[in-house]
Design a protein around this ligand. Structure first.
Ligand SMILES: NC(=O)c1ccc[n+]([C@@H]2O[C@H](COP(=O)([O-])OP(=O)(O)OC[C@H]3O[C@@H](n4cnc5c(N)ncnc54)[C@H](O)[C@@H]3O)[C@@H](O)[C@H]2O)c1
Length: 351
């Protein structure tokens, strides 16, 4: 397999590349990434000299460049992680880039796959496209749940997914779409909940919990996600959608308290803040379709605390990774934090 990994310098993409290079000694991997603020080649420092790995800086919206890279490297398969991924940015910072990358960018990859008659394209998407479930109801998202995104990020991702559906129906492009739940693990950009909280706590600050903290997410270890994607690259049926999750529903307060306990800190470090507008109440995944295909996650619900502890230990043991990231992205991070604070103050005074 000569695999083009779009967006491989981010959190999940870099974990996926490391997993694939470790498992297959005869696969070639080309990491095609624009290196937005969220892209970080430090995530792949340990594999950058692997002869099976190449990095190319590029934008998925640029069809001509995509086509050139596919031809130059004899690409046979594509997997796409490239996306604008931060929900709060899509709410408080404008969402044009979300639509460009998450919808138009996916369409460009579909054209590139079609133009070059590639064997398979896996488009990595999210459970957020399904909208929200109620607390205390038995229902979970299946692949037949209607697409009802509530946030600009999720709507832009849904746009890309629907393009995949249409390109399969119209042009028979061999595409598989995945809807995965919230990931945790090493190398996550520290604006996302778990690393964000760890670094705030390390700096002696309080951690902000939205609303009543009872919003539920279904947490999966990033390496289990990588395993599922590996399976789908090989065995996923073109035109099909697969949900990925490990039946590990936890509310934000529970996660926060677990992090505090694992870091030997008290609950006085929690600060409740105004809820996120359009904040979905609950996501829960029914993963029976991919399980039937042969996927068995290692970090089950019972092993979540162990996975979280390993994740915290990884961040604590990799301070230089954090410091370098912080230095390089300081302006970007500060600007976003200021935008977010201003937006939250505005919401506070309006209520
Ligand atoms: N993180 C989660 O919990 C989660 C859960 C389910 C699904 N997903 C999906 O998985 C994918 C990866 O998520 P992540 O958390 O690793 O994201 P991330 O923000 O850490 O990484 C995104 C990567 O995409 C690159 N990128 C952005 N725009 C690009 C463009 N136009 N062209 C090329 N590269 C571009 C960035 O430089 C970065 O390296 C996304 O599609 C996301 O929707 C994430």
């Amino acid at each position: 397999m000569n695999l083009l990994v779009c967006g491989g310098a981010g959190f999940i993409g870099s974990n996926f590349i490391r997993y694939m290079l470790g498992k297959y000694s005869d696969y070639k991997i080309v990491n095609y990434d624009k290196l937005t603020y969220a892209g970080n080649l430090e995530n792949l420092k340990d594999v950058e000299n692997n002869p099976n790995y190449t990095f190319v800086q590029g934008d998925i919206v640029d069809l001509e460049h995509l086509g050139k890279v596919i031809k130059e490297h004899g690409i046979t398969h594509v997997i796409n992680f490239a996306a604008e991924t931060h929900v709060d940015r899509s709410i408080h910072g404008g969402c044009k880039d979300f639509v460009l990358t998450n919808t138009l960018g996916v369409q460009m990859i579909l054209d590139a796959v079609r133009n070059n008659s590639l064997q398979k394209f896996v488009n990595v998407s999210t459970d957020e496209v399904y909208g929200s479930l109620e607390l205390d109801e038995p229902e979970r998202f299946t692949e037949n749940t209607p697409i009802e995104p509530n946030m600009p990020y999720a709507a832009a991702k849904a746009g890309g997914d629907l393009m995949c559906r249409a390109y399969f129906a119209t042009h028979k492009v061999p595409v598989v779409v995945t809807h995965c739940s919230n990931n945790y693990g090493p190398y996550q950009f520290p604006e996302k909940l778990i690393p964000f909280f760890i670094f705030k706590l390390l700096k002696g600050e309080k951690v902000p919990v939205y609303g009543d903290g009872l919003n539920v997410r279904d947490w999966i270890h990033v390496v289990d996600h990588a395993r599922a994607l590996d399976l789908l690259l090989h065995k996923g049926i073109p035109g099909e959608v697969y949900n990925i999750g490990v039946d590990n529903e936890r509310n934000n307060l529970e996660i926060t308290k677990m992090i505090l306990r694992l870091m030997n800190l008290g609950e006085d470090r929690i600060e409740y803040i105004t809820d996120r507008p359009g904040h979905d109440r609950r996501y829960a995944i029914d993963a029976s379709k991919i399980t039937a295909l042969g996927w068995t996650p290692e970090y089950t619900k019972e092993k979540f605390e162990q996975g979280l502890k390993e994740t915290i230990d990884w961040y604590l043991g990799n301070q230089p990774w954090v410091e370098n990231l912080w230095q390089k992205k300081k302006d970007e991070m500060n600007k976003f934090q200021n935008d977010l604070q201003r937006s939250q103050e505005k919401m506070q005074s309006a209520t």
